[in-house]
Design a protein around this ligand. Sequence first.
Ligand code: HEC
Length: 160
Amino acid sequence: MLALFVAAIAVTTSGCGKNAESDPTSADGSLYALLKNNNFAYYKGENVILSPKGSSPHGPFKLRFNAKAMAALDSTGKLPAGSIFPDSSIVLKEVYDGDKLKQLVPMMKSSGANSASGWVWAQYGDDGKIIYSVSKEGEKCVSCHQANGNRDLTLSFDLH
Ligand code: HEC
């Protein structure tokens, strides 16, 4: 009975446009579609699950980059200290529970709509559920990420 009730809620919320796949032209839908394109390279070329470090709230993850972002990385796979990513770069954190992909957590470099401190921030379930919409303008992400002013608000290069 409880399961039925929970399922009913899940159907209702996705019906209300809370799923990024339901409206591919929306800001959340178009970013989610870019992530699902999936031609993202792995950090240091290694398809491995990393353990969170420091103050990270994210859980075990794989770290990936679109081609724009890759172009900014040096031969060690890191963004050189003091550098910034070019516009439209996407740094994607894939959060895992065991070996199961749970969440897609992107930062997309932009000074346009929904951006905060030079990035658009979001969090999606692997099924497209919008957990943290771009429209929130990174209010819960930026304070932690700006702790490192040296690598364009990204934290992994100093921790991993
Ligand atoms: C309390 C601190 C904290 C908050 C809040 C936080 N992050 Fe992070 N984030 C981290 C840390 C630390 C890392 C480095 C990787 C690791 O060990 O998890 C990271 C890594 C990332 C990465 C990979 C690129 C990088 O910076 O290394 C992305 C993408 C990301 N976070 C997105 C977000 C988004 C989107 C939000 C808001 C919904 C958010 N983060 C909120 C601490 C935080």
